[in-house]
Design a protein around this ligand. Structure first.
Ligand SMILES: [Zn+2]
Length: 104
């Protein structure tokens, strides 16, 4: 997943956006700037500076390590394939976001 760390030039807040989960404009809490980026483009609203762009895949790391440490039952196994329920997927995504924010 690709993350962009950006700064709103109206209020100075540092924001994080990613290219997969939000297919809408990701707006700063003050409402004066926002960003929407996908693989092919970046669309900006208001005044902002892009500080950094990084690619991380903590999501796969978290899943692989949970399975390695014996938490296979946390996931659904159907015909040898591993599936993740929506609620658990959201929890893992939130954890991934926390890790990214801690790295800033
Ligand atoms: Zn702002």
């Amino acid at each position: 997943m690709t993350y962009i760390k950006w700064k709103c030039l109206n209020c100075g807040r540092i924001n994080f956006s990613n290219d997969m989960r939000e297919h809408l404009m990701n707006v700063c809490k003050c409402g004066s700037s926002g960003i929407d980026f996908e693989n092919e483009y970046v669309r900006c609203l208001g005044s902002l500076i892009i500080l950094k762009k990084y690619d991380y895949n903590f999501f796969d790391e978290i899943i692989i390590n949970l399975i390695k440490q014996g938490f296979e039952d946390y996931f659904l196994k159907i015909n040898g394939q591993i599936y993740i329920e929506d609620l658990k997927l959201l929890k893992i995504r939130k954890l991934e976001d926390k890790i990214i924010k801690d790295l800033k």
